[in-house]
Design a binder for this molecule. Structure first.
Ligand SMILES: [Zn+2]
Length: 524
């Protein structure tokens, strides 16, 4: 029996080639060798440098969660049955280059920094069998790998629906398992303010609750459930550390001047009319926004941002800037006075004034702003990075003005769009099938080589009007997130749809191992 198994395994390994190694995103190069290395509970991990503990911990927590065992981290130097993590200089301009060699005696992973070694471990995880076992055979091979883009992001809207920190941590793990490195956490909305701000307690006492929620696509019907939720500062610190241990930067988003109904409801003096306001109960764009003529608005926002930057070490703070109707500013004497005093042309320039004033404040604290592409209106703030969401044009315009850009165009990376035509599950609409995500090219053709360098990467956005619970979020992100990870990591030449679909078959089984919900349709 044993010899038959041996023969069988030889047969399988002989016929495996690089195309059959199911790693997503596709590494730069894979050389398959004969034979296997088997990870069992007696395999040890050896760290050849400081700062690699988080990576060993992540691997052990993954093994524990899905296979039911962990490995000892040793200070000895075992000759065999060992996973070695090390540093090696890779001379590649974007952080994250690693190499890996699996032989009969060891798995060796080396990266040019701790983050890179962490990516090597993600590749090792993808080499593990997807069946639960305490004997995990890994193909002997050599991998050389590095990322294409420095910004590989996923967003979550916690405003429309609230997701507790247990899920947020799981979401961060999903990002990590795809070798992505930014989590954009959308924390304030018309329908709920989700971050505790100690100086303004009503933001959460009042602003984190809506009395009811519209049913379906803004019908006239509402449920009768009060809907609340927010993150305490202690919880946020915990999540920020959790992400940092996975080499993921969290970019918090505090929306201004629009999408601010919840804040106005808590502190009506922040609006042009003085209210009363209401935490929104339906979806859409609302006319009541922060008053740009009132200095106390800026004092409020600076105080809020002070607490935000104390919680989030990210260089970037996202300040929204999108979907901000000018109706109230047109009628408001204070806003009109501001336009006059600053010799502004119109309300669009007033929006630019608003954003630039906030940018100046954040720059003075050593931080930089990201805004949605509406911040191009009336003149871009001098140091702003633009997230291009209304298609690619905002990104093109900003890059041509020598501003950095993160591409998030709706037609390619809005994971709230339907995954199939005539989708019977409730979504915001649109149609974004898997192959469209996979074939997305983040650097727009309209940019020349130098302008293209301003494209830091791309990000998928997950707006949650129609994602009220965790299984729905999972259904909307999988497998599109997996496709996006390859767009952002793998070289353009290395991307091939048919090859991806082949590797995706193993990934589906891995989703099953993770017990996550996902969308699946026959693909070719
Ligand atoms: Zn006003």
């Amino acid at each position: 029996m044993r010899s038959i198994l041996l023969l069988l395994s030889l047969f399988i390994t002989t016929f495996l080639n690089a195309q059959d190694i199911p790693i997503i995103p596709k590494p730069v190069s894979v050389t398959v060798n004969k034979g296997l290395f088997t990870i069992t509970p007696s395999t040890q991990i050896k760290l050849e440098g400081s700062g690699l503990e988080h990576t060993a911990d992540f691997f052990n927590s993954y093994l524990k969660k899905f296979y039911g065992f962990t490995l000892a981290v040793t200070s000895e130097s075992p000759k065999k049955n060992v996973i070695i993590l090390n540093y090696e200089r890779m001379d590649y301009p974007i952080a994250g280059a690693y190499r890996m060699e699996v032989t009969g005696k060891s798995v060796y992973i080396a990266g040019d920094n701790a983050e890179a070694v962490f990516y090597g471990i993600q590749s090792l995880i993808q080499l593990l069998p997807v069946q639960v076992s305490q004997s995990l055979a890994v193909q002997q091979l050599k991998i050389e790998d590095h990322p294409r883009f420095q910004y590989r992001g996923l967003h979550l809207d916690a405003g429309r629906h609230f997701f507790d920190i247990d899920f947020v941590k799981q979401y961060i793990d999903f990002i990590a398992l795809h070798k992505m490195n930014y989590f954009h956490w959308h924390l304030t909305e018309d329908q709920g303010w989700r971050i505790e701000i100690k100086k303004y307690p009503l933001l959460t006492q009042v602003g984190s609750c809506r009395e009811r929620t519209v049913i379906g696509h803004n019908t006239q019907n509402y449920d009768s459930t009060r809907y609340c939720g927010y993150y305490t500062q202690e919880q946020i610190k915990e999540v920020v550390k959790y992400a940092a241990d996975r080499y993921i930067t969290i970019i918090p988003e505090i929306e201004l001047p629009g999408h601010s109904s919840a804040a106005l409801t808590a502190y009506p003096y922040l609006g042009c009319t003085g209210g009363p306001y209401q935490v929104a109960e339906k979806w859409g764009v609302f006319k009541d926004i922060f008053c740009a003529g009132n200095d106390s608005t800026f004092q409020f926002l600076q105080d809020v941002l002070d607490e935000v930057i104390a919680l989030f070490p990210s260089k970037y703070i996202h300040i929204g800037g999108d979907e901000s109707p000018k109706d109230r500013w047109k009628q408001c004497p204070k806003c009109q006075q501001r336009i006059k005093d600053n010799h502004l042309k119109d309300e669009h320039e007033l929006q630019s004034y608003f954003i630039q004033r906030i940018e100046k404040y954040l720059n003075s604290k050593g931080r930089a702003i990201i805004g949605w592409d509406e911040i191009l209106e009336g003149g871009l703030a001098p140091n702003a990075t633009v997230m291009s969401w209304r298609g690619e044009q905002g990104g093109i315009d900003a890059a041509k003005q020598n501003h950095d850009v993160i591409m998030t165009p709706g037609q390619y990376v809005y994971f709230d769009h339907a995954q199939k035509k005539n989708d019977d599950s409730l979504t915001i609409g649109g149609f974004l099938p898997l192959d469209k995500v996979y074939n997305y090219e983040p650097i727009p053709a309209a940019l020349n080589t130098d302008q293209g360098k301003h494209v830091l990467g791309a990000q998928a956005n997950v707006w949650t009007e129609y994602m009220a619970n965790v299984p729905k979020v999972e259904y909307m992100i999988f497998p599109r997130l997996t496709a996006l990870s390859e767009v952002l990591w793998s070289s353009k030449e290395n991307r091939n749809w048919n090859d991806f679909v082949k590797r995706l078959q193993t990934q589906y089984k891995r989703y099953d191992l993770w017990k996550v919900n996902y969308f699946k349709e026959p693909l070719q």
